[in-house]
Design a protein around this ligand. Structure first.
Ligand SMILES: Nc1nc2c(ncn2[C@@H]2O[C@H](COP(=O)(O)OP(=O)(O)OP(=O)(O)O)[C@@H](O)[C@H]2O)c(=O)[nH]1
Ligand SMILES: [Mg+2]
Length: 335
């Protein structure tokens, strides 16, 4: 993609043009040439939107809830971007028909923008992909970005962990109640939502969660609240919205959290770039095939290959390189 095409997209996004938004997301997701530069241009205009992660077991009503929540937020004058991380979509940018239908109500609302992302094969990783899309929506001017992921895979859980506030959706009648949720997911909640509260057993689930929290959070001041909703009828959604606003003020705004998040992002981008550059070079030159063959023939072993093949990764070399780079980007120290 040509440089000035990117320039047009970036200024379109900044100006709030929906077509540019859509195109820029696709191109960044596909890692089209120049994507990093474009993200760089957007970066200074980001950091305003609040990102909310919504996760829970399959069929818990996450999409229905996201839909209802987005409408409620819109009623309150907030503009909303929705990222549906879709486990079954083979294409990036493709939406599950079901999700589209469920989200039909918000699809016609000009204040709400919906985007699906495929779980598998996301270039640069699902987490970074979702982060990039959320950032583009932020630069576009969305107040709130809702990210729906199903709480099963580790990647999906990592995605919601990057959010400012995480809603974990539970439902009654899942046999062993909250146990049905993957271990590791209950701990990341800032708000527990017991959805399908129109069904029998909702109060038991609430009690289960509160019981679990009273054991786990003893002594903690800000225990995550539990909210009952019936996303299908809209009941409880207003109250959830109030709770969300309260939590957004406090949750994850701590410096430590932001620090960790930026740290993770820098490292993840570096990791991806190193792997991609090496793979690209090695595949093109046929070096990777040769290495595999040599290892199979016992002419070489994977351990010594690592040191022999990588560029100079000694501490001295890395420090020299890093010092040079930081000087260029950040400027000389103490200035
Ligand atoms: N009774 C009842 N049904 C609901 C409620 N919310 C959602 N549903 C229904 O539950 C089914 C699943 O809803 P979705 O919103 O697709 O659930 P999901 O968690 O997004 O599903 P996946 O994305 O496939 O994991 C649909 O048939 C909804 O109509 C609710 O509050 N009460
Ligand atoms: Mg869904």
């Amino acid at each position: 993609m040509k440089v000035n095409d990117w320039d047009k997209l970036v200024s379109g996004v900044k100006a709030g043009d929906v077509r540019s938004l859509s195109r820029m997301i696709t191109r960044v997701e596909n890692r089209a040439d120049g994507w990093k530069k474009a993200m760089q241009q957007l970066y200074s205009g980001t950091g305003r939107a609040k990102v909310v992660g919504i996760t829970g077991s399959p069929g818990a009503g996450k999409s229905t809830l996201v839909n209802a929540l987005a409408s409620e937020l819109s009623k309150r004058g907030k503009t909303v971007g929705i990222i549906a991380v879709d486990p079954s979509s083979p294409f990036s940018g493709g939406a599950l028909l079901g999700d589209r239908l469920r989200m039909a109500e918000v699809a016609v609302n000009p204040d709400i923008f919906i985007r699906s992302m495929a779980t598998r094969g996301a270039l640069g990783g699902l987490c970074q992909g979702a982060r990039d899309v959320a950032r583009i929506l932020d630069a576009f001017g969305k107040d709130i970005v809702l990210i729906e992921t199903v709480g099963v895979g580790q990647d999906e859980i990592e995605v919601v962990k990057t959010a400012d506030c995480v809603l974990v959706v539970c439902v009654p009648g899942q046999g062993d109640g909250i146990q049905a949720l993957k271990a590791g997911i209950m701990e990341i909640a800032d708000i527990y939502v017991v959805n399908k509260a129109d069904r029998p057993g909702a109060d038991e689930v609430v009690a289960d969660i509160e019981g679990m929290l009273s054991i786990a959070d003893q002594g903690k001041l800000d225990t995550a609240p539990v909210v009952k909703t019936s996303a299908a009828t809209g009941e409880g959604v207003e109250s959830l919205c109030n709770t969300l606003f309260e939590r957004l003020v406090h949750a994850r705004n701590k410096e430590q959290w932001l620090d960790k998040r930026v740290r993770e992002e820098i490292l993840s981008l570096v990791e991806t770039q190193i792997m991609e550059s090496l793979l690209c070079a090695w595949q093109e030159s046929g070096a990777l095939n040769k290495m595999v063959e040599a290892v199979l023939n016992k002419k070489a072993d994977p351990y010594s290959l690592v040191d022999a093949l990588l560029p100079d990764l000694s501490k001295e070399a890395l420090n020299r390189q890093t010092a040079k780079a930081t000087k260029t980007i950040i400027g000389p120290e103490n200035s």
